[in-house]
Ligand binder design. Structure first.
Ligand SMILES: Cc1ncc(COP(=O)(O)O)c(C=O)c1O
Length: 304
């Protein structure tokens, strides 16, 4: 699917001033509902669920989760039932993301905030799944080795599509997408991951653990300074950057992942991190459906 998505060149005065080229892999255009990294994370997970004869695929996410949204649709398309464990109370009425998921057949199960914190605890997960007949549980964000296998293919596709990439940029939540990209690209490319979560220093060890030892020799680095206040948070600098981006570039971004990645990348460019002549590719990992939950927050910033 991904080789068919285009790579668009960004024209921006800062890039011209610094003599850099920046390309965006438009994975946001791959599919109306399972776009961005989602298709790649779910592809082998759903194939595995089918092969193993599972009937229900469950996973975790927040009320505006891109992952649950994509899983609901992909599950429906694959003939699998889906179950979403949602952080916190279900909004009444359901918000647009959960309403879509529910319309596509996902059963929604609210978890208290304290229970949600136990989402990585094996006993807790077993307990949750005990009453789900023939169920397969995917971790939050789809982050598991099968997701990384799918994202590695995306990395390979990007490397085939654009020659001589010096830096490949990705937004990081769990780091699974980035781990796959590191595995997929050649040694000449440094992968930069922009963490959307504040102080998530587990990212480095998670990524190392996901990758075989020889791949750990590849060049990669997580940037921890561009979370703009933390996961789900916005700040004035980010909004100003996004407004300026729109003036130069018609590639739509959402603030939480791709917005923060480009914000971080442009800050690094302004700071002179990249030598002239550097070729940069950034993965557009989708997530635009989540924008529906942000109108109010964005208006507040723009109005203030
Ligand atoms: C749009 C978008 N970009 C990037 C990410 C981060 O992906 P990962 O959790 O694999 O780091 C997510 C979260 O899944 C996302 O929804």
């Amino acid at each position: 699917m991904s080789v068919n998505t285009p790579v668009h060149r960004v024209n921006h005065p800062l890039l011209a001033a610094k003599k850099l080229s920046l390309w965006v892999k438009r994975e946001d255009l791959s599919h109306p509902q399972i776009s961005g990294n989602k298709y790649h994370k779910l592809k082998y997970n759903l194939a595995y669920a089918k092969e193993q004869g599972f009937e229900t695929v469950a996973s975790f996410g927040g009320a505006w989760s891109n992952h649950l949204h994509a899983l609901a649709y992909a599950g429906k398309e694959s003939g699998l039932k889906t179950l979403g464990f949602v952080r916190g109370p279900l909004p009444v009425p359901l918000n647009a993301t959960l309403q879509d998921a529910s319309d596509w057949g996902m059963a929604l199960h609210s978890l208290s905030y304290s229970d949600y914190r136990r989402r990585h605890d094996r006993d807790f997960c077993q307990q949750l799944m005990a009453s789900v007949a023939n169920g397969y549980l995917i971790p939050e964000g789809g982050a598991n080795p099968l997701a990384i296998k799918g994202c590695a293919e995306l990395g390979e596709d990007i490397a085939r599509q654009v020659e001589g990439i010096d830096y490949l940029c990705a937004a990081c939540g769990t780091g699974a997408t980035m781990a796959g990209l590191i595995a997929g690209v050649s040694e000449r490319t440094t992968v930069l991951g922009f963490s959307a979560v504040k102080n998530n220093h587990k990212l480095e060890s998670d990524i190392r653990a996901w990758l075989p030892d020889d791949i750990n020799e590849k060049n990669w680095r997580i940037l921890h300074n561009y979370h703009c206040g933390g996961f789900g948070k916005l700040n004035r600098e980010l909004i100003d950057f996004l407004d300026e981006w729109q003036m130069h570039c018609d590639i739509p971004l959402e603030p939480l992942y791709t917005g923060k990645m480009f914000y971080g990348l442009f800050n690094m460019i302004a700071d002179g991190f990249f030598p002239a002549g550097t070729k940069i590719v950034a993965l557009h990992s989708g997530g635009l459906q989540g924008l529906r939950g942000m109108a109010h927050q964005l208006e507040n910033f723009r109005g203030s």
